[in-house]
Design a binder for this molecule. Sequence first.
Ligand code: ADP
Length: 689
Amino acid sequence: MGCIILVHLDADLSRTLRDGRLDLPGIELIELATPDLALQRLEGSGDFDALVLGASVVDPVRVAQLAHRVNRDVAIHILSPPDRIAGLSRAIQFAPFLGEDVTCRSLDDLYGLTQALHADAGRARRRTTHRATLDALSRRQARAAPPQAHVSQLLDRILEHAPIGVVTADLHGEILDANTQARRMLGALSGTPVGTRLVDLFPSQREQLVQYLDASRGGPAGAAPVVVTRSGADGSERAIEMMAAPVSSRTGDPGALVLMADVTARVRAERRRDDAERRLRFLADASRLLASSLDYDTTLVHVARLAAPFLADWCVVYLQDEDGQIRRVALETGSADSDDGRNRGSETSINPEARAGVPEVIRSGRPALHPDADTELLIADVDRPEVLRAIIEPLGVRSWMCVPMFANGQAIGAISFISTTPERRYGDDDLRVAEDLAQRAGFAIEHARLYQEVRDALRAREEFVSVAAHELRTPLTTIKAFGQLLERELRRIDALPDRVGGLTSSLQGQIDRLEALVEDLLDASRLGQQLELRREPLDLVALSRQVLERFEPDPSRTIEHAIVLDAPAPVIGAWDASRLDQAITNLVSNALKYSPAGGEVRLTVRRVDDQAELEVCDQGIGIPPDEQARLFQPFARGTAAMRGIPGTGLGLYVTAQIVDRHEGSIRVRSASGEGSCFTVTLPLAMSEH
Ligand code: ADP
């Protein structure tokens, strides 16, 4: 009696069979729910004649291969809806390791199926009759050569376990068979890719793959292997290298054999290497840019332009001024359409006190890295967050990092990198590049500032020398003129002693002026060479009293001045006595000189917290506001002074230098015709550096 396994038949067919409407006398029918159960049965006994796979069996060709691996004699019938018969038949033709007895037939063709099953049962009977003969034959063959079935099984096992994906496809690229590795790589381990077009599994690289498969028709040397990518089961990206070669089916139809290797690790390593190379190139370009100019504001704009788009969609460079304000010196976006946002962004200013964002990075000197950032994070440090929110929100902030810039060991600014690209999520690698860039920018700024200082100093010196030469020439010219007059007078027979006396005293006056000028010049130049202070404990009140005493009995003064010292208590500090003497003398002599109508000259000395405050006030001609800023520059003489009051324009410059050396400050309070007050503040103790 024949025995037939039926798997996963659809309900109608099953009912027809059970009703006995199919004429299959003498044949035992075993109905099973899954292919796995059928395979177990086949493995358990060799007495089965046929296997019928219902139309809903998943990947029936694969099941047929496995069934033939267990029992090559069993006839297999794959039932199929009429529209899939052609595809399945092709798959059967190309599938390796299938025996001869595999057919695909329409679901409706019950008559055909019945006939076939009869034939199978008959064949089985004949097979039983000849089994002994066959066994003997196969035993003999086993001695001579491995049986065909054994070789097939071996190959089948190799294919199954090879660490390489193997796919056969028909002329249209439709997958006919795939081993386990291939299924895993194609992400179809549980389902089946059979019947799917290979190129459809890689929509983003479809064109590339189509071209490759076309090119490979000429043989494996026809095209270099192609690498395609696909998301793995865990969502990570897998890279698959494919190599295709033409094959033909057992009936001669052309198709393709595609070998696939998972090259994810290699591709990742290559990508890391490429990224590292690109970063190095970027930093080298940035260095070149930074070295190209000493105008660092412009240079920083170039650097920001390089960073967006390479490292960011928006790159903003900030510098902190000496007064603590933080200003944006460069704001670059990867695209020109953000110009409007860039302009409106500059309407907001940074709040230097903010405990977050850029001010916090500059204050702490530590970078900020927020792989997942949002708008609120970026507007936390501006004075008008709503303006910035309106600009930033539509961009869709993805990620943010900000690194401090240092010059001379001090954080002087920061570079902020904003990503609005979903794929660009900042990590440690990006932060390292950003820090490297900021370090190079910091060096460039330091160089540029030093260069600027040197240039300013040189310009100041040139100016000083030219003005000094000019100032020296004025009294010299007068001296020369008086000398000629004197010589002419002396040659006259009737030279008058009065006239000679007048000329010599004018000469003396000019020589005195020249001497004062040279003295001041010497002072000024000594100060320019980092004059060493000889600090010692000193009472500023006592020193002021000594200075004033020198002014008291001055018979040359025709105008009456009341000189007052207002100093309630001693003020002791560590200062250079002779230098402060010089500074106080300058201020008091100016107060007397520039109050030609007399009046009070008051010198106040007192202690305010840990500072000494010394103020010299007069009731003289005063100083117009527009002249006040320049007073402490060398040779700066006010218009009032030009009206005939002698001077060199160096006294206040020297005074300011002395005060500065003592780490103090000097300021003026005055108005035209209303007198002047010069206030000097000096720290009592030296600072540590
Ligand atoms: P000089 O007095 O030799 O001109 P200074 O450097 O001492 O040089 O002063 C610079 C200028 O500042 C003076 O020329 C004068 O115009 C102005 N100035 C200084 N002190 C006073 C003062 N007490 N009142 C009015 N103007 C003053």
